[in-house]
Design a binder for this molecule. Structure first.
Ligand code: TYM
Length: 328
């Protein structure tokens, strides 16, 4: 039996190139080695307000993008989190084994709760933001994987999951693995195009900051040409050139080359030539992905049902075990 891998993406907005590189491509590389459990975290999505139309559209899009990217539903189990009720049951078992202190110390909780400051200066923090990581821990523990694939921003949540696993193992005689975090060697944090000091994000209101996987490839091309860099006009790897480093990273990820190889390729080019080459790669990548996406959409419902059944079987066993351990 293959060991398992778990990965998930929220259905908050349109998927970005960051999501692709940090989560999808990162998982694709391990598809043969592990039994992959890959899902759409639609229960996480409702921790912040979203209309039902948008949620329905986004979750189907993410599913189809998994398929279009090459996640093979014959080999991997692709499913909607909300289709497997065991996630919410497990969330409760995890939640009652955490403290307010450890949850409120999570960086993402602090960041996101700062953003819900009301005009009168007070905060109205949804409880879901606080308990977001317990549901994520539940998502992982239900399938007891060896590996979780994430971008760098999620590593703290996986760390918390490890602590919770140890706690549950000791208290209820469970056998949860000490799960490993698999982050990509390059591209663990793709940065914004307008502000390359901040993560490229699905929820950024400035649409030029992100490449969306369903962007018109010509629009994406132009976004790369407009990406913020610096005035030096010399292409090389340096932390003090975040815009250039980000474009080098994107090019390397899309061509499966190292940063150093990409640097050599462009060392004698000016920014215009460099950006045009990156933009072309992005355009080609999106064109290819989107040509598969239309076909993939038609197959979503079929594979979602199969994914649900397979995931549920595994999840049910974990629930039976932990209930036994708890005395329920
Ligand atoms: P989410 O939906 O914010 O992001 C999905 C995945 O994409 C990665 N990612 C990035 N990687 C590189 N560069 C970026 N700019 C970038 N932006 C996002 C994220 O690190 C993540 O891997 N809580 C998770 C979803 C989740 C999950 C899970 C993941 C729920 N349960 C269990 C793994 C296992 C989230 O909000 O990801």
């Amino acid at each position: 039996m293959k060991e398992r891998l778990v990965s998930g993406i929220q259905a908050t907005g349109k998927l970005t190139l960051g999501n692709y590189i940090g989560a999808i491509k990162n998982s694709l590389e391990l598809q043969e080695k592990y039994q992959m459990m890959i899902f759409i975290a639609d229960l996480h999505t409702i921790t912040l307000p979203i209309s039902k139309e948008e949620l329905a559209k986004n979750r189907e899009e993410v599913f189809a993008l998994y398929l279009a990217s090459g996640i093979d539903p014959e080999k991997s189990i692709i499913f909607y989190q909300s289709d497997v009720q065991e996630h919410t049951t497990m969330n409760w078992y995890v939640l009652v084994n955490t403290t307010m202190g450890e949850l409120s110390r999570m960086t993402q909780f602090k960041d996101k709760s700062n953003k819900v400051k009301l005009e009168n200066g007070t905060y109205s923090i949804p409880t879901g933001l606080l308990i977001y990581p317990t549901l994520m821990a539940a998502d992982i523990l239900l399938y007891n994987p060896k590996v979780v694939t994430v971008g760098i921003d999620q590593t703290q949540h996986v760390e918390l999951t490890r602590n919770i696993a140890l706690r549950l193992n000791k208290k209820y005689k469970m056998n949860f693995n000490n799960v490993e975090t698999h982050i990509p060697k390059i591209g663990a944090k793709i940065m914004g195009l307008v502000d390359p000091t901040k993560k490229m994000s699905k929820s950024n209101s400035n649409l030029n900051d992100s490449i969306f996987l369903l962007d018109d490839p010509n629009v994406a091309y132009k976004k790369i040409l407009k990406a913020v860099t610096d005035s030096e006009n010399k292409v090389y790897i340096s932390e003090s050139k975040p815009g250039i480093l980000n474009l080098l990273t994107i090019y390397s990820c899309l061509t499966d080359t190292t940063l150093e190889e990409t640097e050599i390729l462009f060392k004698d080019k000016n920014y215009k030539e460099f950006k045009e080459a990156v933009a072309l790669k992005v355009k080609e990548f999106l064109t290819d992905l989107q040509s598969k996406y239309q076909e993939a959409r038609k197959k979503v419902n079929y594979w979602a049902k199969i994914g649900q059944n397979k995931a549920q079987k595994i999840a049910q066993n974990t629930i039976i075990e932990i209930k036994k351990g708890m005395g329920l």
